[in-house]
Design a protein around this ligand. Sequence first.
Ligand SMILES: *[C@@H]1O[C@H](CO)[C@@H](O)[C@H](O)[C@H]1NC(C)=O
Ligand SMILES: *[C@@H]1O[C@H](CO)[C@@H](O)[C@H](O)[C@H]1NC(C)=O
Length: 270
Amino acid sequence: MYPLVVIRLFWLLPLALTLDAHSPLDCVPRKTVPYHRENGHMFREEGVWNYSTMLLREDLGLLLLGARENIYALDINNISNKKSSVSWKVTERQQKECSYKGKDQIECQNYIRVLHTMEDGRMYVCGTNAFNPECDYMSYKDGELTLENKAEDGKGKCPFDPFQRYSSIMIDKTLYSATSMNFLGSEPVVMRSSPSSIRTEFKSSWLHEPNFISMAQMPESRNSLTGDDDKVYLFFSETAVEYDFYSKLVVSRVARVCKVCVFVCPPRWH
Ligand SMILES: *[C@@H]1O[C@H](CO)[C@@H](O)[C@H](O)[C@H]1NC(C)=O
Ligand SMILES: *[C@@H]1O[C@H](CO)[C@@H](O)[C@H](O)[C@H]1NC(C)=O
């Protein structure tokens, strides 16, 4: 009996794979890039470091790239081709203040950390700005990137410390962010910024030494009777507070953030 079962299993497996290939879930990639060494394109600018934030703007044919003190608009088909760039440096005063507080010269610069597309086609950009996070609006017109110099407060939207993990997502006009709100990086928050901003309380039962990884939106399900199941999910790890361990136990978590519950869940939100 035994060999027969094995043979059947082997025979069924290819069948299952064939069926799967014709299922309606079969996806066609939007873009296929054949892999050859010579297909690779590089972008790098002399003296500029920490290219860490990217935003794809297929509508503009651009890849936006946030680095230390600079933002670039690169051609989507050949990122070696720089279409435009804009620099956003900290002032000498800001750098001095940051150094007085005990941070080094390199940390006291502006690391671009948030780059999102807004409803009106502009972009929302935030940087650590010498441990004094700031946000601004940026547009791309006639081949030129421009910052509007609005100098919006970036606390709770962008980390102070360029080495600290953070995450954010822009949905319609609202920015959801998970980062820490103070210079020491000891006050972690999940914040929703729109005309009226709300954030989580500083409580270790809420967020305990978290490392924010990523955020994603789940749209409302189709044909839902009750609705209200469109949520923002936050992925992070933190030191567990529910167990009494000798050593630190880091656990992975997923938090669900309501999108429409300003008044429904006041105990959990400011
Ligand atoms: C910036 O880049 C330098 C050089 O690669 C690296 O040593 C440093 O850790 C980076 N800083 C951050 C905040 O990522
Ligand atoms: C990509 O852009 C760079 C810089 O403009 C140019 O030198 C290079 O020839 C381009 N490569 C291709 C394959 O078009």
